[in-house]
Design a protein around this ligand. Structure first.
Ligand code: NAD
Length: 453
């Protein structure tokens, strides 16, 4: 009760005082850029660092690194009055919101070291002299799982401490533009009140309303890593293409222009997970492309790894399905496969994930029922011993598990109460995420989507 009223007071405080006092721990690229942005929105900022030399430099209006425009913005006459710099050993004022922007290096095995983040949080807790609740916003990049554990540990503190993860996506060299204009905003938290407060604080600094992804810790932690790895993969791919262009006397600039056009056909925002790519083009052409790359000495290219990854994905999925319907000694199990084509709106089953699934299920003596609006004739040529049904409803009758393999619209529109009444066990493995998880679960199904909650 005391905790709840504490956070309510904090909410009121922020709502009434558009200009807040914020402490930023870590005077590096992220911390100082953030301080400049917060100061330009009239907030009072205390920047803290454990490196005495850095603090000394900042007191003389010098930056410990070069970042275009930052020195001007940070030491702008107006902003200057609102920003102070101090060492961790100095007095750090107790404030409602702290930002942690300290390093998170990786060890020799690649594991992310969160020791600096923990040290910064411990120092913040040490500064507290009252029972007022505080929010610690972590900007440092941390491995998935870190913040749930940290939040749990901080629950032992005398006062209420809520962590909000707000990973930073700025790039050195364009840090100010990125943080102001182009930065995606991701907020991960357990406490919705804390998340709302940080959102309000951010709203005071951002020029335009921005889309914000509000989520749990793990998803936010993963977004940051996935983003950087996606960027790194694309850069590495373009570099491999450049080597190939050099060997083939082709023009990398125009190849990249061509790649950019592909964004129109399959925008990143429309990417969806599935059971693995198939069909006539992607498997055939990636194989041919891998061969071309090998000819020029690129034997371990990203394309080779992509082919491997896709095969592995299909095998993993088939094994997962078998595991969840494995027959007992007493009774054979029956499974319904909804969709056989490699994607919707085609009857093409070449390299379809359904083939891997059927092959593996047959070795485990699982009875397979299947329905596809278009692709049953093609699949019958490969597997005669599957029970091909005339409708999805017929396919799901008496089965122990339903597996959605193709994203046909008619599957999405199935009446789940009918499905629930005719199947034997209410279990759906949805490799296309076509259903609304809440509605499937409300019908009593055990629902296993691909990577969704
Ligand atoms: P940085 O090394 O430039 O600055 C970190 C600062 O934290 C240093 O000045 C260091 O002395 C200080 N520090 C370390 N421990 C401290 C403690 N306990 N108390 C007070 N100060 C402490 O790091 P950075 O580039 O700003 O990165 C910070 C975090 O943000 C990292 O997790 C990084 O991965 C992430 N990030 C960085 C960038 C980037 O472009 N640099 C972009 C996005 C995210």
């Amino acid at each position: 009760m005391v905790m709840k009223s504490g956070i309510a007071v904090l909410l009121l405080y922020i709502a009434m005082l558009p200009a807040s006092h914020v402490v930023v721990v870590g005077c590096g690229y992220v911390g100082l850029t953030l301080a400049a942005v917060l100061a330009s929105a009239d907030h009072m900022i205390t920047c803290v660092d454990s490196d005495a030399y850095k603090i000394q430099l900042l007191h003389t209006q010098q930056l410990p690194f070069y970042e275009p425009g930052l020195v001007e913005c940070l030491f702008d006459t107006a902003h200057k009055k609102r920003i102070t710099f101090c060492h961790t050993n100095d007095y750090i004022p107790p404030v409602p919101i702290y930002y942690v922007c300290v390093p998170t290096p990786v060890d020799n095995h690649g594991a992310c070291d969160d020791a600096y983040v923990r040290a910064a949080c411990a120092a913040i807790i040490d500064t507290q002299c009252a029972d007022d609740p505080i929010i610690i916003v972590i900007k440092s990049t941390v491995a998935p799982g870190t913040l749930r554990v940290l939040q749990q540990e901080l629950s032992a503190c005398a006062q209420r401490v809520d962590i909000v993860y707000n990973p930073e996506f700025m790039r050195e060299g364009t840090a100010l533009q990125d943080i102001y204009m182009r930065n995606p905003i991701v907020l991960g938290a357990q406490s919705q009140d804390a998340l709302r407060l940080v959102e309000q604080l951010l709203a005071t600094c951002l020029p335009t309303p921005t889309d914000i992804i509000k989520t749990d810790f793990e998803t936010a932690e993963l977004i940051k890593y996935a983003w950087n790895a996606f960027s790194a993969t694309r850069i590495a791919y373009v570099n491999e293409l450049a080597l190939l262009c050099r060997a083939l006397h082709a023009d990398i600039t125009q190849v990249i222009q061509g790649l950019a056009l592909s964004e129109q056909l399959l925008p990143t925002a429309h990417l969806k997970p599935g059971p693995g790519y198939g069909g006539s083009c992607l498997p055939k052409d990636t194989k041919a492309f891998a061969h071309i790359l090998e000819t020029f000495g690129l034997e371990r290219s990203i394309i080779h790894r992509t082919i491997e990854s896709n095969q592995q994905h299909k095998a993993t999925l088939a094994a997962d399905i078998v595991r969840s319907v494995a027959p007992t000694a007493r009774q054979a199990k029956m499974v319904a496969l909804l969709g056989l084509a490699f994607k919707a709106h085609t009857n093409d089953v070449r390299q379809s994930a359904a083939i891997d699934v059927i092959k593996l299920l047959r070795t485990h003596d699982v009875i397979i029922k299947a329905y596809d609006p278009c692709a049953m004739t093609s699949m019958r040529e490969l597997f005669e011993d599957v029970i091909y049904c005339t409708s999805a409803y017929q396919a799901v009758e008496d089965v122990d598990c339903i597996v959605v393999l193709t994203e046909w619209p008619e599957f999405k529109n199935l009446d789940l109460s009918i499905v629930a009444s005719v199947c034997k066990k209410k279990k759906i493995i949805d490799t296309r995420n076509i259903f609304n998880p809440a509605s499937v679960r409300a019908h009593g199904f055990e629902y296993l989507p691909m990577g969704a909650l």
